[in-house]
Design a protein around this ligand. Structure first.
Ligand SMILES: Cc1ncc(COP(=O)(O)O)c(C=O)c1O
Length: 1017
């Protein structure tokens, strides 16, 4: 047919009239973009929506009838799928021929309208969404099975089996490298697909699940769902597997990990509709061919109509995807696809593995590890063997640690485990990018046998020398040998030996036979082996993927199962007894199950996909696979996770003495001196305990001793701890789920929140106005002869990262003190320089509390807390009843407290908080200009809050969006949390060593997430 639009397009009013006359529908018509036909969206007054399709005059009726028939068929066979339904005309016809204004005869038909955004425009394409697309299409394929129509037998350039037509059009592709790329996939189609076409399953396929035909729906903060597919104009009889391959070709557009995207679609598809092994084997070439058809088609049409934007709409992403696809090794893709369909990734794996298990392999080392004692090391991410400090994986330190372990155990050989996630691989070749949260290669695919340099190595099985190489870049394999073997049933496999002597390479030649048990190589020394502690890395390989000496020994965790299939456990040959191995680490699922039974249900776990965090270092946390997460949430590790000075202080003191404070010991005094030196007069008397809750409890006892009244004034939404009294003084708890309500002795004042509270930014005397409410409570109590304790955080965190307006605390304290009350500052969240401008929160308000409470960051995650008060209150409190906390102020916690203060001072962390906080705020302010969702940004230094709103006028909290954003940040490798009474405030409180680069990583990631559909107001 002619590929040209009709000369005179149908007008919207004409379309509305046609709809009324033929279908009895009274609706306004809006023209939709289209290539050939005139399509209109109709909306009835009642809200029902339709698509009126007025076909190009050259369209054959049969073609439209086929589309009607296929949609009607699917309405019965796949009724649960949201698909357009054909609406019959007033006369009961599915398509009607009619004469239109320009005199042409047109076929007209009507479909129900599907609401949704196109997949192309929707963000993000999560693996879950792509998998759901697969499910959808799998059900579609099931629904189409058995459907036939004469018009489906058509010649269509998008028919996957006809991709070879592009050969004559490659000439239109410029520049040459692109032409060659398209040619390469054409070649693959011709060699791998074309010869199999005759034997392939065929059926009617929809054939057009491109990203502009797939619709997605999602409410604020919700997970996305597939809302349908549209445009059945490419329906044809073709190879069944093309349905999936076409969808996969478009699903990979714009994806950094194209294979993961394609695999996600396939996994969903296969769960609904089985593909055969032969069909799966063609997915890679078919995806490439589809993209090649797309780009060649664009190039050709561009040559005909250079200015037609429609032609080039998906050209750039298609080229990019094709380039990415070309970088994936076809057999590797096939293994991933097989796994996604529940098949063994590598068909021959079972045969080879059973051969290996029963083969009488020779011992590689002189010491036969089947019987000889050995020590199996734990080099995993969470292993205490290496600790958190990355410098411990520097090779000299690693060598020393391994040697020490050998000495300690008395074994001759130390073993490094297979399938172990390690953080040893920090060189660029392991995938470390500029973004520290990007996935790196961490999964070890061989077994390491640590032994003296020069130790002879024997071939476990007979084979021939297949590869000799020296991968000499630092931390690579160094000298390397790969032997080729064949099983008794003729299956080929390989064994790899890395980190050998250079001499080994000179003594062997390619093709040389090696007999079982023959010494063929030697363990290299550090200077020649890539710089590692002397060992042999021994790995089995079932398919070299044409990579030769570049075959990886370490894989990405997201591809773990495929690489494990490619490189099965070398212990099949070594046969080190199972009891020598440390217990395997539990999986996330196992931990969740055990936790459910062992820990109370009231203890929740963060994120929709909970994390198993096994290591913390500086501002990063690491899960069991070695994935790094930038921690912007934890204010407890003030000076960074696992700070060596803090750890050393604790370890040294714990190894010497830890006991209670009833003996004289200098640590507690030194710490009290250092802490009080940082505090204004008259805050000079310390009491040490173990947690913020304990400290607040104690502070309240002291205050009550002074006031003689139980009454306590707290702020709305406040949280002060988990004990009985503290729940009673925490509106966040007693007014929250499971709470028992306010006790008569508790008085709640409005929180001085100048964004959401009754008095807002811009008004005058805000501090005074909010403080007046405290004054009123104080006055009511005074009239009853009662005196109040005023307990407030200096910058409330749980209430939503609130910074009080100027003068608030000064005025509130003035009211309280005027009536003989006591003021407690809960400094648990914000103290120790976090605010940048001041060391303590109360200083930002220009006040000196009567009692100040410290917790959380004070010990950098070591259980330490303190209450510091005036000599006067301390004297009143010492009324004869003794104060004693068994662990409070012990030598270890005071050593830790001292180390924390040292680090804050020496590393100038308050200054850093100010500098980085200002920088971060400036970046966030830029985001606020672009995203309506960010209603307010507040806080200072590294204590910031983003108040998310659906509407900046009404300030309606965007709770669902905030939850979505935090979960998406977690998926992107950043840990944040929500807070505030509406859980709509993203709280940012990273360790004070946070850098400007970290702030950039956060802001860039947040920027991308804020653009996503579920994050819209
Ligand atoms: C402001 C405030 N005070 C006190 C506490 C209680 O501290 P802990 O959990 O150490 O008992 C918390 C804990 O989150 C807090 O946020």
């Amino acid at each position: 047919m002619r590929e040209a639009p009709v000369a005179k397009p149908i007008t919207e009013s004409e379309a509305a009239e046609i709809a009324r006359q033929l279908f009895g529908i009274e609706a306004a018509a809006h023209a939709l973009a289209g290539e050939y036909d005139d399509n209109f969206r109709l909306r009835e007054a009642g809200g029902s929506e339709f698509v009126l399709k007025i076909m190009h005059p050259d369209r054959e009726r049969e073609f439209v009838e086929m589309q009607c028939a296929v949609l009607q068929h699917l309405a019965t066979t796949a009724g649960e799928l949201p698909l357009p339904r054909v609406v019959p005309s007033l006369r009961g016809q599915l398509c009607v021929q009619t004469r239109v204004g320009d005199g042409s005869r047109r076929i007209v038909w009507l479909l129900t309208y599907l609401r949704g955004k196109t997949l192309a425009e929707f963000q993000p394409h999560t693996p879950e969404l792509l998998e759901e697309l697969g499910h959808f299409l799998g059900k579609l394929s099931s629904g189409l099975a058995g459907f036939s129509h004469p018009a489906a037998q058509r010649e269509l350039k998008w028919d996957a089996s006809r991709a070879a037509w592009i050969r004559d059009y490659l000439q239109y592709v410029e520049p040459l490298p692109r032409r060659m790329l398209a040619q390469r996939f054409l070649g693959l189609f011709e060699t791998d697909v074309a010869p199999k076409l005759a034997g392939l399953r065929k059926s009617v396929v929809y054939g057009d699940a491109n990203d502009y035909n797939v619709l997605v729906a999602c409410g604020p903060g919700e997970g996305a769902r597939i809302a349908g597919v549209i445009d059945f104009g490419d329906t044809h009889y073709g190879i069944t597997v093309s349905e999936l391959a076409t969808a996969a070709a478009y699903a990979i557009l714009g994806k950094k990990d194209a294979l993961a995207a394609a695999t996600a679609v396939l996994a969903g598809y296969c769960a609904e509709f089985s593909l055969t092994e032969d069909e799966i084997a063609l997915i890679y070439p078919l995806v490439g061919a589809r993209l090649a058809v797309s780009v060649v088609n664009s190039a050709h049409r561009k040559s005909l109509k250079p200015d037609d934007a429609y032609v080039t709409v998906s050209e750039a992403p298609a080229w990019e995807a094709l380039e990415r696809w070309a970088r994936i090794f076809p057999r590797f893709a096939n293994y991933a696809f097989r796994a996604a369909c529940g098949l063994a990734p590598i068909a021959k794996a079972a045969a080879v593995e059973s051969y290996l298990a029963k083969s009488d392999a020779a011992s590689i080392l002189e010491a036969d590890l089947r019987t000889e004692p050995c020590v199996v090391l734990d080099l995993s991410v969470g292993s205490t063997f290496l600790g958190a400090d990355f410098s411990s994986s520097e090779t000299a330190k690693l060598s020393a640690a391994v040697a020490e372990e050998l000495k300690r155990s008395g074994a001759r050989v130390a073993v490094g485990r297979y399938d172990e996630a390690r953080l040893l691989y920090n060189a660029p070749q392991f995938g470390a990018s500029k973004n520290p949260t990007d996935e790196r290669r961490t999964i070890h695919l061989g077994i390491d046998l640590f032994a003296e340099p020069g130790t002879p190595l024997r071939a476990p099985l007979a084979g021939v020398v297949h590869i000799l190489a020296n991968n000499a870049i630092p931390l690579d394999y160094g000298p390397l040998v790969i032997l080729k073997h064949v099983t008794d049933t003729g299956e080929e496999f390989f064994t790899l030996y890395g980190h050998l002597t250079e001499k080994t390479l000179h003594e062997l030649s390619i093709g040389q036979p090696v007999t079982r048990g023959q010494v063929f190589a030697h363990v290299g020394a550090v200077h020649e082996n890539g710089g590692w502690p002397p060992h042999v890395h021994f790995q089995i390989i079932l398919d070299l993927l044409d990579r030769g000496a570049d075959f990886p020994g370490v894989a990405r965790a997201s591809e773990r199962e495929i690489w494990k299939a490619l490189s099965p456990d070398p212990n099949l040959l070594l046969q080190i007894p199972a009891e020598r191995f440390p217990k395997p680490s539990p999986t996330v699922q196992q931990l969740r199950t055990r936790r459910k039974d062992l820990l109370g249900g009231s203890l929740s776990v963060s994120y929709a996909k909970p994390l198993n965090i096994v290591r913390g270092w500086k501002q990063f946390l690491y899960d069991e696979t070695g994935r790094a997460y930038l921690d912007v949430y934890n204010n407890v590790p003030l000076v960074g996770h696992s700070h060596p000075r803090v750890a050393e202080a604790a370890q040294k003191q714990l190894a010497l003495l830890n006991t209670n404070t009833r003996y004289l010991h200098e640590n507690v005094l030194r710490y009290a001196e250092r802490l009080t030196a940082l505090l204004p007069d008259p805050l000079k008397v310390c009491h040490f305990v173990n947690s913020g809750s304990e400290a607040n409890e104690l502070a309240i006892r002291m205050a009550r001793a002074k006031t003689g009244s139980d009454d306590i004034i707290v702020l709305e939404h406040a949280y002060h701890g988990h004990t009985n009294t503290l729940i009673d003084v925490s509106p966040y708890k007693f007014d929250g789920p499971g709470g028992g309500g306010r006790k008569p002795w508790v008085h709640v004042a409005p929180i001085a929140d100048d964004y959401r509270g009754p008095y807002r930014r811009g008004e005058k005397n805000l501090g005074e106005k909010y403080a007046a409410h405290v004054g009123e409570i104080v006055e009511t109590l005074r009239k009853q002869g009662r005196r109040a304790t005023y307990l407030a955080e200096t910058l409330p965190s749980v209430a939503g990262q609130i910074a009080f307006p100027p003068n608030y605390l000064a005025e509130a304290y003035r009211h309280v003190r005027a009536a003989g009350g006591v003021c407690i500052a809960d400094e648990v969240q914000v103290g120790f320089g976090r605010l940048g401008t001041h060391f303590w929160g109360f200083e930002t308000q220009g006040v000196v509390p009567d009692i100040v409470v410290f917790g959380k960051p004070i010990g950098n995650a070591f259980p330490l807390a303190a209450v510091v008060t005036t000599p006067e209150i301390a004297r009143v409190f010492a009324n004869g009843m003794e104060f004693f906390s068994t662990f409070g102020g012990n030598p270890v916690s005071c050593a830790v407290g001292l180390a924390v203060l040292d680090v804050v001072r020496d590393e100038k962390l308050q200054e850093n908080a100010k500098k980085v906080g200002d920088y971060w705020l400036a970046g966030l302010a830029e985001l606020q200009k672009r995203y309506e969702l960010i209603g307010d940004i507040r806080g200072s230094g590294l204590f910031l809050g983003l108040d998310l709103v659906r509407n900046r006028e009404t300030r309606e909290p965007a709770t669902a969006q905030a939850t979505h954003i935090v979960n998406r940040l977690r998926e992107r490798g950043i840990l944040a949390g929500t807070d505030g009474p509406h859980h709509n405030v993203i709280k940012l409180r990273p360790p004070l060593i946070f850098t400007e680069t970290d702030a950039d990583v956060f802001n860039t990631t947040l920027d991308a997430i804020l653009a996503e559909d579920a994050a819209q107001p």
